[in-house]
Design a protein around this ligand. Structure first.
Ligand SMILES: Nc1nc2c(c(=O)[nH]1)N(C=O)[C@@H](CNc1ccc(C(=O)N[C@@H](CCC(=O)O)C(=O)O)cc1)CN2
Ligand SMILES: Nc1nc2c(ncn2[C@@H]2O[C@H](COP(=O)(O)OP(=O)(O)OP(=O)(O)O)[C@@H](O)[C@H]2O)c(=O)[nH]1
Ligand SMILES: [Mg+2]
Length: 464
């Protein structure tokens, strides 16, 4: 293991959020050989209480030298191996805010623990066999989930719904390998290999791998979500649209063109997909210093977004200004949003839409009257589904790392098949088969390098 992940020693960290004023309870978690002795040094129970595993004790945390009171708290004891890390774990459940937990953490560090690295508790859970890598990744996804559906998918990973099929596929490959190797070692005593049967087994495995690979786009969409930028001329109602959509008054709305100067963000969920919506400054030629910078930021937001909502004032019709912005964003995934439709007669709407007849997604909204938001969401889902989410009807979804390894496994299996068909010696069959076994083992962590572990666990937050 690397320096970063020295697996010995007792580690401590604040396990709850450390945002000031947030959370009514704060937890300091300690794992390792010295966890119990640290608890005994710092924690004092009034009256007789039993220091037993999976018990909560009530008491006081005191400075061991001065006996100064630090907090009134609860202590949770989980003795090895019945804990998250499979080591001795104690948790101080303190009053929330940051002062109590920071002082208690400091006392733990002064009395035998060192500060945990990000993800180090979960790394220990992995190294001690409590979790495999897909489950550890599921935990990181769960903590970072921005929609209930994303959380559900993460939980599926945490429950081993991905680990299970991967292990099965690897076991199948190992069976085939054993058959081949037996023929290499004891050729004369065994009936000859059934090439056809082996090829068909390999094909079955490859089909299952493809099925798992098909969940990658859905996984990406759930994990990272979509970034949607609302752009358009000043005063067309971009900020009003953001407010109507997020049912808030997040962005300032006035009847003055040039109201929004900076990019305003709002986090929404559309059809289970986390969507970050960016309201931007109206794009126009301007000599105003501040507005100029805002307009530049709008352009950048449009280029960085997965999807652009080009908003048009329907009551003003398609103007030269709209045309110029359209030219800048037309290469991006795009929806035209004709806003202020409440100001337009029914029979005028067709004319609006026909201005850019080759664009499929053109919708009408009235941000002022809260109309058309559902049509907008339907269009967004259609666009991302058409391009991305396949009909993979499972609640599990793989990530990029897992997809890369599955793809490698599939390539290796295709090579095995080619080798068999070319009637090459048995030794050649096993080389590529071992490649597939290695790739599948990397997914769950049965075969894994230190750099992969570093990459996975350094993405966790401290205390996880
Ligand atoms: N206070 C607190 N809440 C928490 C956690 C925690 O560590 N502390 N968790 C962590 O992030 C999650 C819960 N996960 C956990 C998973 C396993 C064990 C555990 O002790 N498992 C033992 C004992 C099981 C048993 O008694 O049957 C084991 O599996 O051997 C604890 C928490 C979410 N909530
Ligand atoms: N009638 C009507 N008025 C609207 C609608 N949407 C916005 N408005 C009005 O249009 C004006 C401009 O709205 P904003 O949301 O500030 O427009 P914006 O596109 O964000 O403007 P900038 O930030 O200056 O680029 C305000 O007076 C809104 O009340 C709508 O759907 N119908
Ligand atoms: Mg605005």
């Amino acid at each position: 293991m690397s320096e970063l992940f020295a697996t010995t020693g007792t580690i401590a960290a604040i396990a709850t959020a450390v945002v000031p004023q947030q959370g009514s309870v704060g937890i300091v978690r300690v794992s390792g050989d010295r966890a119990m002795s640290i608890a005994e040094t710092l924690f004092h129970t009034p009256g007789r209480q039993v220091w037993q595993t999976h018990r909560i004790l009530y008491g006081y945390i005191r400075h061991p030298q001065t006996q100064q009171l630090v907090d009134e708290a609860l202590l949770l004891i989980m003795k090895a191996p019945r804990s998250y890390t499979r080591e001795d774990v104690v948790e101080f459940h303190c009053h929330g805010g940051i002062m109590a937990v920071q002082q208690v953490l400091q006392l733990c560090l002064e009395n035998g623990a060192r500060l945990a690295q990000p993800g180090e508790f979960t790394l220990r859970a992995f190294l001690n066999g409590r979790l495999d890598l897909t489950q550890a990744e599921g935990i990181a996804d769960l903590v970072g989930a921005k929609s209930p559906q994303a959380a559900q998918t993460a939980l599926a990973g945490l429950q081993g719904k991905l680990a299970h099929p991967i292990r099965q596929l690897r076991a199948n490959c190992l069976d085939i390998l054993a058959e081949i190797e037996a023929r290499i070692d004891f050729e004369e005593d065994l009936p000859p290999l059934d090439d056809e049967a082996i090829i068909s087994e390999i094909e079955k495995i490859a089909v299952e791998i493809s099925r798992l690979l098909a969940t990658k786009d859905k996984g990406e969409l759930l994990r990272t979500g979509l970034k949607v930028a609302i752009v358009g001329r000043p005063n067309v109602g971009k900020s009003s649209l953001l407010n109507a959509w997020s049912q808030s008054d997040r962005a300032i709305v006035t009847d003055l063109p040039g109201t929004t100067r900076d990019v305003v963000e709002s986090q929404l969920v559309v059809g289970g997909i986390p969507v970050q919506v960016l309201d931007t400054a109206g794009i126009r030629e301007t000599t105003d210093q501040v507005e100029k910078i805002g307009v530049e930021r709008s352009r950048r937001a449009a280029n960085a977004a997965d999807l652009v909502l080009l908003t048009i004032d329907a009551s003003a019709g398609w103007t030269q200004g709209d045309e110029e912005i359209y030219e800048q964003v037309q290469h991006r995934p795009l929806i035209l949003v004709f806003n202020k439709i409440d100001l337009v007669e029914e029979n005028q709407r067709q004319n609006l839409q026909s201005q850019i007849s080759n664009l499929k997604y053109q919708i009408f909204t009235s941000a002022a009257q809260n109309q058309g938001i559902d049509t907008l969401e339907t269009a967004i889902l259609e666009i991302v589904k058409a391009g991305k989410v396949q009909a993979a009807d499972m609640d599990l979804a793989i990530n990029q790392r897992q997809a890369a390894a599955l793809t490698q496994a599939k390539i290796s299996l295709e090579q095995v098949r080619a080798t068999i068909e070319q009637q090459l010696p048995l030794d050649f069959w096993t080389i590529d088969l071992r490649g597939a076994i290695q790739a599948l083992g990397e997914i769950t962590g049965e075969e894994v390098t230190e750099s992969v572990l570093d990459r996975i666990f350094s993405k966790f937050c401290i205390g996880k």
